[in-house]
Design a protein around this ligand. Sequence first.
Ligand code: SF4
Length: 664
Amino acid sequence: MSTEIHRSVCPFDCPDCCGLLIEVDNGRVVRVSGDPEHPFTRGFLCAKMNHYQKTIHSPQRLTQPLLRCGSKGAGEFRPMSWNEALERISTNWREIIAAHGAETLLPYSYAGTMGIVQRNAGHAFFHRLGASLLERGICSPAKGCGWSAVMGNTPAPDPDEVEHSDLIILWSSNAAATNIHFLQRVKEAKKRGAKVWLIDVYPHQTAAHADQVFVVKPGSDAALALGLMHILVRDGLCDEKFIAGKVQGFSELKAKVLPEYPPATVSRMTGIGVAQLEQMAHKYAAARAAFISIGGGVSRYTNGAMSVRAIVALPALVGAWAQRGGGCTAGISSGAAFAMELIERPDLQQGSPRTINMSQLGMALTQEQSPPVKSLYVYSSNPAAVAPDQNQVLAGLAREDLFTVVHERFMTDTARFADIVLPATSSLETSDIYRSYGHYGVQRCHPLIAPPGEAKSNLEVFSLLAKSMGFSEEFFDFKADELIEQLIDRQNPWWAEVDFTALAAGRMVKLSPPKNQQFHTPSGRIELFNPTLAEVLPRHLPLNVSDFPLQLVTAPAMKTLNSTFFEREEIYGQMSVSLNPTEIEQRGLRDGQKVLVWNERGEVEFFLRAEDSLPTGLAVAAGVWWQKFAPGQSTVNALTAQKLTDLGGGSTFYDNRVDVKSAQ
Ligand code: SF4
């Protein structure tokens, strides 16, 4: 049989949503490359996906259901049939529901796949069951709250528009690791003469692409944005005409907030010198079309939503929105294009169960709850590695009275704690439709190879579980392609310009956000003053004080994505923490040695790396490792806290303090 080439999509939690070309020979994927005809990603992939076939055909793929036969967490299992697995799960759940109620069941899932069908396939089932609801806020809902506080439902600008910018500010964005195709647009704009700034807590890989790098103290971003606004107002650099016509609350901001942020104060808060602040504000005002791209890090502090809100307010003062290529983005949201209620099925909800925030799984499993969580069903996520406060999460997963089912492709840290493990398909073995959170593209894909062994998709498993539980709703018979057809709401204006033939052929097509008004807020204006919020104006919210001297930055890795790709031993290297050499010297440590990073929640062993470019006071740990590849017993989330952001119930992965000592 000759090799066939098919289009597909990168399924992972990344804004780029790359178009793939998959070469299949005799039922096996032999090569994965970027699709050169994909309008946004244009044929190149990141290092994570270049050899996706190694993940697909990894000998470590799970191929049949497994039943625990050792102690919890030992990873000892025996194979069993799907029938036995389904029978055991439904019998256990019936007993738990009879004794304690359905609310004691908890689903746990996130973006292990970004395909709209497979990612959301469990919602209808758990609604019908009456299980506890999961608040899926582990990524950056605070960013969305910060954006909507000022911009309401205004769609973010198309990232291609950045080519018209003359000043691009990457604010808390390591685009070289997390948004490489947007960075490509930035580089092209730079070649045409645009200036590029990076504002972040340390000069990471993206710094090499910036004309200027501004290193700020962690959590001080709102102070910086408000300090820049103070100078704009003081020096008469605002666009009065734009403000008069398009902005709500400028006079309140000017009178009540900005006087508290003079340059000397802001310099102390942010670590940026007064002269540099003055220069920044003047250059920002002088730009013809300044554009700010806000990354995820800034929103992962306890003040995350307010920080994003202050940054989003900045372009309004100089009228950047009036210019093509000017303005700001905090990410693309095109969920409104899809009939999500047809897959989420809130109408099937039984009772009014409580909601548990996924960043507080440790507390939910170990602290007194009414009623307690008696069963956990995990799919498309690996909470033993990715959820904060790992030691508490692991203590919860180790509970003998917790009945845990994990549906996975690999034996992850979470799967090792399961009572029953179910084998999952990969993205090349199922149908799905993908939307991006970095551009307005949508792409549909079909199964290209057979699943390994007895692996099944999320949708197939929930259909089987529904039947085992006696649910007879028609929804549980739908196939993925039928749900995709239902999700595409052809009457919705978002689809008005879509070429449906191209979509059916597996090509990326572009949604068009509604164009009926410029700013989709209640007032129709940019709302610096937002009367619907408890804090009606933006301000800087200081972080909590801690005795630990170093701010821990849980940075994105270049070759892994959250805890994904650790099945590929050749790509992940050594689990390390980086410090400025001064911090290393002060502690009598040496570059390359094993150290313990510790705080009130736990201690984690890392290899130490000296990084001259890092500011003092920072410890940077890239990647979310699996325990079995760590130098010690635990990984970075043993150091992170379950506290939430100021708005949105988001995680606070960047807002943790630690110290470092020798591991010997
Ligand atoms: S992880 Fe992101 S950049 Fe890499 S291939 Fe997937 S979508 Fe593209």
